[in-house]
Every structure is written in C-alpha cells, then in structure tokens.
Ligand binder design. Structure first.
Ligand code: BMA
Length: 322
C-alpha cells in the first residue's frame, strides 16, 4: 500500500467521527481549524442522513472546541447552514484568524454553479456573516492570516472547464483591500507542477507563516479510471492526496518549492473502512505551535476527520528538496 511521508505522525484514530456528534449525522470531514483565544476551534462538515442505509439528505456545519487540539467538545447544534432557492449548501470551511477575528472561507453550491465564499464568524459563535461570494466556478479558498503589502490575500481554485476541454484545475492567488472586492488574480501553481496530480489541484489549509516562507498544503487529484468503484458512493474512482509547498513571504504568488511526493495519503484502516469515497485526503486546517510542531487536520474518505503532526523544519525541508 502507498504510504504517507515518513515526516508525519498520525493519531491512532480519527479526531472526529459521526459517533461523536450529538445531532443527526452521517459523514464528518473536511474541517477548518484555528487557534483562537487560547482554544482550538473547529468547524466541520456534516453530511447528514443515514450512514448504515448509505443515504445522505443534506449538509450542515458543526462547531467544536478543544484545549489540546486532539480531544474535542461538540456544540449541541450545527452552527452554519444555508439553504435557499438558489443555494443548496455551504461546506468545506477553512478558518483563519486575522487581527483577532475568525474568518471563514467556504464552498457554496448554487443552481448556477459552484461559488467560493468569505465570511466572518460571529463573536458568540452563533453563525457566519457572509462578506463576499465569487463568481462560478471557483472554490477551495483559503485566506492568509495577515495582510501582505497592505492587502488581504487568498488562495483560490477556479475551474476552467470550457476553455481547457477537461479538468485541468490549478491554484491561484488574489488580493483585496476589504475582503469584498477581489482582484490581481495570478496563477501560483499548475496541475502540471505536481507529479502526483493529473486532474486538478487546490488550496487546502490556510497558509502558515514560517521564517523560510508561507507553508501551504494542497490537495492533488489523480484520476484512477478502471480501478472501479471505491467506497459506497455510486461512482468514485479518483484519488485525493495532500501535498506540501512553500511560498515566498513577500510575494506568495512565487513558489519556493513543492515536495514531489505526497505528504498524506489514505494508509490507515480507520481512514478507509466504510468510506464514502475511499482514498480521499482533504486538509482544511494547519496550526504551527510554539515548539515547532505542526498539526494538520484533514478529512479522510469523505467520512471522518483526522489529524497528524510533523516538525515544521521537516516540512520545509520536504518543500525545498523538491
Ligand atoms: C471535492 C470536494 C470535497 C471532497 C472531495 C473528495 O470536489 O467535493 O468536498 O472532499 O471532492 O470527494
């Protein structure tokens, strides 16, 4: 079986699964995590329905808090869901603390395409105030934790299906003076720059600042046609792995290095068993601790939320050695 990089250490079990949630739930995955006022805060995706009957009825987003980033206390109700005639759901949240406020990027399915949203968490964690929504098709947005050269900065992943003839989706960057008007869009990394992707790549957890550059995770997708159905979703043949890269501190559109090998792959039974879409790794949170430990949170098989740790210098070395 393919293995994750030896620099990461996984826990013995998921950090969160459907068994932990006090309301209707089926799949718990793709969480955003940040450290805020001495606590860890997590917003996780909950696709609810009946797990045993393999039935999904909808999506909402739950909230959880932790003192150590490993043991989580779940709030009694979901905290963020949008369902209107136009919008069917919001999901895949990524949390970034900027100037003592918690911001969230999220994906938004609408009748007229997939959009990427930016919002702010209310101080009492009662919900999200939406600030901006992209034009379709664009999602997988992740905000940097500080302004760079005077502007907010965000990674994004447009989906140019028509112009490229097939899925060839890349990672882009853009800037804003106010989180509402976004511009100066620039390509950061093409799918062809990642040896373990042949379909699409996209930003994962929000970037973490190190003295060598901005450390970023990304998800990298490989088509696996012919492997056959893999997981209990009707048709699922792709593989999602997590990669790691380093961007320039002053100009984060400049890539300083990309590890040519995957950082995280599905290689634990608990990441695969009963999986909805097996072999899918989707990081949404990364925290750098004062002692140099990096915690990476990721959804596995679109079924459970997992966590691994690594030393920041080992991750930087992976990026710089290529
Ligand atoms: C992407 C998104 C993610 C999901 C991934 C793997 O397109 O829908 O939410 O985790 O596919 O299924």
């Amino acid at each position: 079986m393919e293995k994750s990089s030896s620099v990461i250490k996984k826990l013995d079990k998921p950090v969160l699964s459907r068994h932990d949630i006090p309301y209707q739930t089926a799949l718990v995955f793709n969480a955003g995590v940040c450290k805020y006022k001495g606590k860890y805060v997590m917003t996780f995706r909950n696709d609810y329905g009946d797990f045993d009957a393999h039935r999904l009825d909808g999506t909402n987003n739950g909230l959880a808090f932790s003192d150590d980033g490993v043991n989580w206390e779940i709030s009694p109700d979901p905290f963020f869901a949008v369902k209107t005639e136009e919008i069917s759901r919001v999901y895949d949240t990524r949390l970034t603390v900027i100037d003592n406020e918690v911001y969230v990027c999220f994906a938004c399915d609408t009748r007229h395409g997939l959009r990427g949203g930016v919002g702010k968490l209310r101080e009492d964690f009662s919900g999200v105030d939406i600030i901006s929504l992209s034009t379709p098709d664009n999602r997988n947005m992740a905000l940097f934790p500080e302004k760079i050269n005077g502007n907010y900065v965000m990674l994004e992943r447009p989906m140019p299906v028509y112009s490229r003839g097939k899925d060839r989706f890349d990672m882009w960057i853009c800037e804003s003076p106010d989180l509402l008007f976004w511009g100066k869009h620039k390509l950061v990394m093409g799918v062809e720059d990642v040896p373990f992707a042949d379909d699409k790549i996209g930003p994962a957890a929000p970037p973490v600042k190190t003295d060598k550059g901005w450390l970023i995770t990304f998800h990298a997708v490989e088509l696996a046609p012919g492997r056959g159905k893999h997981g209990w979703e009707k048709k699922w043949e792709k593989t999602y792995r997590a990669g790691i890269a380093l961007l320039d501190l002053e100009d984060p559109s400049k890539v300083l290095g990309i590890s040519k090998d995957p950082l995280i792959v599905c290689d634990r039974d608990y990441e695969l068993e009963d999986g909805f879409r097996k072999d899918a790794i989707f990081p949404g949170g990364m925290i750098l601790e004062d002692n140099g430990e990096v915690k990476i949170y990721y959804g596995a098989s679109d079924t459970v939320e997992c966590m691994c740790t690594a030393n920041v210098n080992d991750l930087i070395d992976l990026c710089l050695k290529g």
